[in-house]
Write a protein that binds this ligand. Sequence first.
Ligand SMILES: *[C@@H]1O[C@H](CO)[C@@H](O)[C@H](O)[C@H]1NC(C)=O
Ligand SMILES: *[C@@H]1O[C@H](CO)[C@@H](O)[C@H](O)[C@H]1NC(C)=O
Ligand SMILES: *[C@@H]1O[C@H](CO)[C@@H](O)[C@H](O)[C@H]1NC(C)=O
Ligand SMILES: *[C@@H]1O[C@H](CO)[C@@H](O)[C@H](O)[C@H]1NC(C)=O
Ligand SMILES: *[C@@H]1O[C@H](CO)[C@@H](O)[C@H](O)[C@H]1NC(C)=O
Ligand SMILES: *[C@@H]1O[C@H](CO)[C@@H](O)[C@H](O)[C@H]1NC(C)=O
Ligand SMILES: *[C@@H]1O[C@H](CO)[C@@H](O)[C@H](O)[C@H]1NC(C)=O
Ligand SMILES: *[C@@H]1O[C@H](CO)[C@@H](O)[C@H](O)[C@H]1NC(C)=O
Ligand SMILES: *[C@@H]1O[C@H](CO)[C@@H](O)[C@H](O)[C@H]1NC(C)=O
Length: 737
Amino acid sequence: MACPPSWLLLISLACTLLISCSGAANKDRKEYIVYMGDLPKGQVSASSLQANILQEVTGSSGSEYLLHSYKRSFNGFVARLTEEESKELSSMDGVVSVFPNGKKKLLTTRSWDFIGFPLEANKTTTESDIIVGMLDTGIWPESASFSDEGFGPPPSKWKGTCQTSSNFTCNNKIIGAKYYRSDGFIPSVDFASPRDTEGHGTHTASTAAGNVVSGASLLGLGAGTARGGTPSARIAAYKICWADGCYDADILAAFDDAIADGVDIISLSVGGSFPLDYFEDPIAIGAFHSMKNGILTSNAGGNSGPDPASITNFSPWSLSVAASVIDRKFLTALHLGNNLTYEGELSLNTFEMNDMVPLIYGGDAPNTSAGSDAYYSRYCLEGSLNESLVTGKIVLCDGLGDGVGAMSAGAAGTVMPNHGYTDLSFAFPLPTSCLDSNYTSDVHEYINSTSTPTANIQKTTEAKNELAPFVVWFSSRGPNPITRDILSPDIAAPGVNILAAWTEASSLTGVPGDTRVVPYNIISGTSMACPHASGAAAYVKSFHPTWSPAAIKSALMTTASRLSVETNTDLEFAYGAGQLNPLLAANPGLVYDAGEADYIKFLCGQGYNTTKLHLVTGENITCSAATNGTVWDLNYPSFAVSTDNGAGVTRTFTRTVTNIGSPVSTYKANVAGPPELSIQVEPSVLSFKSLGETQTFTVTVGVAALSSPVISGSLVWDDGVYRVRSPIVAYVYDLKH
Ligand SMILES: *[C@@H]1O[C@H](CO)[C@@H](O)[C@H](O)[C@H]1NC(C)=O
Ligand SMILES: *[C@@H]1O[C@H](CO)[C@@H](O)[C@H](O)[C@H]1NC(C)=O
Ligand SMILES: *[C@@H]1O[C@H](CO)[C@@H](O)[C@H](O)[C@H]1NC(C)=O
Ligand SMILES: *[C@@H]1O[C@H](CO)[C@@H](O)[C@H](O)[C@H]1NC(C)=O
Ligand SMILES: *[C@@H]1O[C@H](CO)[C@@H](O)[C@H](O)[C@H]1NC(C)=O
Ligand SMILES: *[C@@H]1O[C@H](CO)[C@@H](O)[C@H](O)[C@H]1NC(C)=O
Ligand SMILES: *[C@@H]1O[C@H](CO)[C@@H](O)[C@H](O)[C@H]1NC(C)=O
Ligand SMILES: *[C@@H]1O[C@H](CO)[C@@H](O)[C@H](O)[C@H]1NC(C)=O
Ligand SMILES: *[C@@H]1O[C@H](CO)[C@@H](O)[C@H](O)[C@H]1NC(C)=O
């Protein structure tokens, strides 16, 4: 199951269409992002600096090549450049990095109850001052999840705007909205508006901060109360993703605005396909400047699991979220004319099929005029089936597809093997049941056994997933591919079969002929896990408005519950600190805080030189030789020890915790782990006399030669009231990589 079929990515992540959009006029020019770090200090304007260096390399005024300028929260621009110009720019003073304008993809609700965060959870009256910035496909403003009934005017700190049009207006719930497209190209199926035609952005926004809406369901499935983590918070929607993907230039432009607009939390469920250097990754760059401005960025970890190091968002100044399965699964029964019934998982069938209808095998119904023979038609590929043979029948297919082949040939339904892709479910354009392949061969045998095979696909029903919670197979795994001694992902949150608001601009599946337009939909992905963490972060922030991004992240991580090692064999590389627990996170006892200076020390350790760091931070930096390579001393709420090819190693970590629990308290260190891991904490007792007091300690982790790829233990600071837990992971780093 290393790589999901492409249609699965298409459905759960969307946006894989490729549309060429480069202007014909500048064929040898491509879009590049020139990142110049922090805003210039004093009288110098970012625009004039940008104009100067663009002029210098292009030889002309340069303005004809400039597509967008970043100047509200950090410095940089997007321009059409030749490869030579891009190289010249990257070695110029004042430039941190130059990289092509690449493309990223998009990576109920029972889910909150399942993680122990009930509707009745304590709220602060200031929750309505919290603004969650959603960088996504836009938003569907008419959704009940975004009604502003009962909301007052936006908080006074809000400095953003609403890009209104005849078709789009904001309200006191959606207080800001804007769309970004640096090349000006609007795909024909999309709106030049913050309006969401895809559904993804509406779904994530309602999960993070949507209103409480009772009686929500996907045509009866997943029925219950839909709500966000902070239902009273405000939403600012930044549309950066279009039908053809999410461009780096637009991601950065949205960060530039969101930071300056005054959002409290940024939620970004988008990722690339391979790891990038921190300052060549627009998401890491944007998250760095948001951290610098006191805003935590919550990121989807990626949907490329379960391969090791498949995680795509892992910068230590942001939160990297894995997707876990909640205890609800969806089953779709196939009833055969021989009275046998098979339960399938993977499809959400909202259709009612009252009668038994004829059943046919795709391999027995080729469209011969298309040159198709049974070899293609058994997979039910589009155009491969004989319409007159399959119309009105249920077609059995040998391959797992999107159902469009059977649908376009007029089939009444389709049965496909699920190839072991279970644990998640989504809608197909026609009645569909996806069975274990043992069962699809039973169905084939039944077809062979009678001259009049018949079947019926029943409406999907809900069942309990007894193994939950566990991290779903597609959720990207650690270790961190750039910094091997920082643990990634950070945390797990529900990301499978999540019911949340949807766009009404497109049908449920977007397939022609599907007429179902739904206000709520059930989808899966780390894209859905991320806004659960964003909503929880907003919840914590509503109680502690002055906390730093690192403190909020620490609160979420140290209160998370570790998941079962039986159902999560990749251990912390699957779930990080564990499953999100918003209630506990609002009151964590101690936090591992960190600020810009700590990240700079980390970046020195990572090998960035002072010239670059000076640009990024706007501060005078000295990387002391002593910090060289000591990335693990970042004040992180988790611990990772990589061992070269599994050889033994001893590592000492220095950490500082800040008391935000009880003023006078004494915490004892409890460590646990397998015999291969020795963990010593010095001192092992921390006494505090006041709130805000800090204490420093060291954790020395000794690892014998490792026999398994990853082992883990933990450190818990316990004062009898609060339990502040950090995972400790030791793993085999393969030097061949
Ligand atoms: C809710 O808040 C009140 C007052 O701050 C506190 O006494 C109570 O313990 C809280 N309840 C929960 C469940 O956190
Ligand atoms: C306005 O939105 C509706 C969907 O609500 C859409 O059908 C229509 O085409 C949009 N009009 C424009 C001008 O974008
Ligand atoms: C299937 O069950 C129904 C009702 O129980 C019965 O009438 C019918 O004869 C059965 N058919 C077969 C093929 O066993
Ligand atoms: C479809 O099947 C019918 C019946 O077997 C056959 O007569 C017809 O030629 C087939 N058409 C195509 C396009 O394959
Ligand atoms: C069969 O193939 C022909 C030729 O490619 C095509 O025109 C026709 O639409 C196909 N029929 C079906 C049912 O896909
Ligand atoms: C399917 O068949 C394989 C091998 O024949 C067996 O190992 C597996 O358990 C079967 N699965 C189910 C769901 O019966
Ligand atoms: C069904 O019949 C076909 C042709 O007679 C045969 O090739 C195939 O193996 C049979 N399949 C099963 C599952 O019995
Ligand atoms: C930093 O690296 C750049 C090239 O990557 C180089 O031009 C510069 O001189 C370096 N600065 C220091 C202080 O080493
Ligand atoms: C950085 O150092 C320069 C030269 O030593 C000094 O003029 C400047 O004020 C310093 N800037 C900051 C932000 O400390």
